[in-house]
Design a protein around this ligand. Structure first.
Ligand SMILES: Nc1ncnc2c1ncn2[C@@H]1O[C@H](COP(=O)(O)OP(=O)(O)OP(=O)(O)O)[C@@H](O)[C@H]1O
Ligand SMILES: [Mg+2]
Length: 246
């Protein structure tokens, strides 16, 4: 985390998003995520998790409310400001969005090339991530030839490649077995320790059942867990430990 990073990485205030004709994907959602926090966003299918993540990288805009990322109001941000901000965000999409004809290494490298990383750095980081995710043997394989679980891990590698300040992971273990999910979570925790903020949308309770991190739940577009740390049920312990940090 850089010295000029804000204390709060993500701020949503009374955000609503309706898709036509009248799907209330998010309603009056307020949420604040500290810099360096790992937050789990849970809720049933259709609850609005992906919509919330999409608002944070401005692939969607809200109908109402304020969305701030790294202290910048996404409604007012300039085109170049948004470009710069997006370089600080790594998004692992629920549907992966890999380039199927490009190799695994090329898919991961793209994220770093747009950030003007040196080729030697790109090769080293790509190999490191593939090794950590046990996919070293797929370096030259076209992404379209991978299994879904393998593609998912490549999408995660691509999201982490630049060591972004903000990682948005949408159902990152949806296609993975327990052992492989653990590898992914270890990588996420390492990025958290190095100061990244991570928001992980997931149905997989095992990812957060250890109680070490705050969990917030969306239900029909509304956020259930209170933000103020009082009486939160499952997120309780983590909120108290966070308050102790501050
Ligand atoms: N582009 C869109 N156009 C119309 N409706 C949409 C669009 N994207 C999402 N929705 C609707 O908004 C609601 C929230 O969808 P969202 O994808 O955010 O849910 P989710 O919590 O991510 O679900 P899942 O766990 O299945 O991924 C759903 O009812 C969905 O059908
Ligand atoms: Mg989703």
């Amino acid at each position: 985390m850089t010295a000029n990073s804000p204390r709060v990485m993500v701020e949503l205030i009374k955000v609503s998003k309706t898709y036509p004709p009248s799907v209330h994907a998010l309603q009056d959602v307020s949420l604040s995520v500290r810099s360096g926090e790992m937050l789990f966003l849970t809720g049933k299918s259709g609850a609005g998790k992906t919509t919330l993540l999409r608002l944070l990288c401005r692939s969607e805009v809200p109908d109402k409310g304020l969305v701030e990322v790294a202290g910048q109001d996404l409604e007012r941000i300039s085109g170049s400001g948004l470009q710069q901000l997006r370089r600080r965000i790594g998004m692992a999409y629920q549907d992966f969005r890999l380039l199927p004809r490009h190799t695994v290494a090329q898919n991961i490298a793209l994220a770093m090339e747009v950030a003007y990383r040196k080729p030697s750095f790109i090769r080293k980081r790509t190999r490191e991530l593939l090794e950590r995710l046990r996919l070293s043997d797929k370096y030259h394989t076209p992404a379209g030839e991978l299994s879904r679980g393998e593609q998912q891990r490549i999408a995660i590698a691509r999201a982490l490649a630049n060591r972004p300040d903000l990682v948005l992971a949408d159902e990152p273990t949806g296609n993975l077995d327990r052992e492989t999910s653990t590898l992914v979570m270890e990588l996420f925790r390492e990025h958290e320790e190095q100061g990244a903020t991570l928001i992980i949308a997931t149905h997989d309770r095992e990812l957060f059942d250890d109680g070490g991190h705050r969990v917030v739940e969306l239900r029909d577009g509304r956020l259930l867990a209170p933000e103020d740390g009082e009486d939160t049920g499952s997120g309780d312990a983590s909120l108290q430990s966070e308050e102790a940090d501050q």
